[in-house]
Design a protein around this ligand. Sequence first.
Ligand SMILES: CC(C)(COP(=O)(O)OP(=O)(O)OC[C@H]1O[C@@H](n2cnc3c(N)ncnc32)[C@H](O)[C@@H]1OP(=O)(O)O)[C@@H](O)C(=O)NCCC(=O)NCCS
Length: 512
Amino acid sequence: MSQHVVRTVADVMSAPVVTALPSESISDVSARMRDNGVGSVVVVDGARPIGILTERDLVRFGAEVASGAATKVSEWMTADPDCAGPSEGVQHAFAALADHGYRHIPVVEDDNLVGIVSMRDLMRVAQIQPVVHPGTIEAPPGLEGVIVAETSVGDVRGLEGFYHYRQYDAVELAAKRRLEDVWHLLFDGRLPSDTERAAFVAEIKPLRRIPESVASVLPSIAAASANVMEGLRTAISLVAASEGFQPTLDIPADERRTNALQLCAVTPTLIMALYRLKADDQPIEPHDDLGYGANYLWMLTGEEPDPDIGRAVEQYQVTTIDHGFNASTFTARVIVSTGADVGAAVVGGIGALSGPLHGGAPSRALDLLDAIGSPDNARAYLVDAVTRGEKIMGFGHRVYKTDDPRSVFLRSVAERIGAEKIAFAKSVEQTVVDVLAELKPGRNLYANVEFYAGVVMEHCGLPRELFTPTFASSRVIGWSANLLEQAADNRIIRPSAKYVGPLPPEPVPDVE
Ligand SMILES: CC(C)(COP(=O)(O)OP(=O)(O)OC[C@H]1O[C@@H](n2cnc3c(N)ncnc32)[C@H](O)[C@@H]1OP(=O)(O)O)[C@@H](O)C(=O)NCCC(=O)NCCS
């Protein structure tokens, strides 16, 4: 990030300077001042300033002396005037000279006159120099390591390769619990009992249906969108509007929760409906008796999937529900901190997630495997890519400086279900880690969640276009838990920026 420019005397001085010789007559010099429209001349010996003669001196002179032609400048000038250096900061020069009552200050470099600056200009600029407000903290680029909120939703411990949802290890939850249990944990603060689970699932079921007013325009949304993420963004906005979501600032906590629950429940249905409509197929209604992941695949194909495959997708979805203060979660919290409705915040989250540096990478990670083609090509391909400054998709993480626990878990899921690409992916993973250690030493770059996510999803029958939407299908629960927390104890999130552009105020040019 560039540093703020300090405005110097050289930026505001005038040059060249109207000068006079000490031996010249007052009347000649006064005529020169008038002709040049200046209020002072600097008296020089060669290039060295030795005095200054100002209008004030001329007024004094006029009152006391009859003839200017016979009087020399040297008799009326102020000798050895205080000067400023051109590289001196404006504020510094102003502070040093303000008490003396000067109007014009010669600017001198190495004993040579290089300009003149008026105290009025110095003062004007010095007063509008940006000031550093007390308490201002300059955060590092990308806000790395900056704590901006308190949360009890979960956290990521990058050095340990560990993340958790509330008090539980997220990977253990993915291994042991169904998605609705984790959803309940995030929304209501605890894992459900059997009765609570039944009530929660019953509450969610009707909310999975797409509201009629949205379903009727979904074919047009699908046709007008380049991909499912774009369509989802539009459709979620429409669900919130058609259901009359109100600003979070104006509604009680239970209404905020119901709004969020509806968007989480309807998101998977919208994703699959949009995908099918784009392929000219009819959407498939949610299945009442299937588990979360199995229903997700059902809405894609209309067939009940193998339970292991349904479970694998659901485990991927559990691992991606939440992950600390990632970019999309932060976005959703910022939006809700303004008091906006839950729909606006989820739309913002989808937008942030769609970028390749965040959620847009899993299909690119598989594209990488395709481009490499065979293990023999891996090293040469990767060395070339990294040398050209490319990022290897599915590797590196802002927080993890060791193995990403999600990638370790998804690798085991891919092995369990016998994913076609698993052996190749493992060998490429090792080569990438080695090449990055060699060419980017000390950066600690390892596979992130996206690398094996693609391998798992592809084996489960999800087309590449659905990888990022599938990430969104579960991350919406994390955004929601976070935005409900934000709304419950809110202060608008409004940081500051350091202005580094051209210094104001430049006069606005008149229209020609
Ligand atoms: C995830 C990611 C955005 C984190 O970004 P970040 O914390 O800002 O890290 P930086 O981009 O500053 O990376 C630090 C250094 O490691 C390098 N690096 C990071 N990820 C890399 C990758 N995947 N391939 C090659 N080099 C990588 C950077 O070039 C940088 O090198 P430098 O010090 O020579 O400039 C970044 O690692 C990345 O772009 N990964 C690929 C995309 C991806 O997998 N996204 C999904 C994230 S879940």
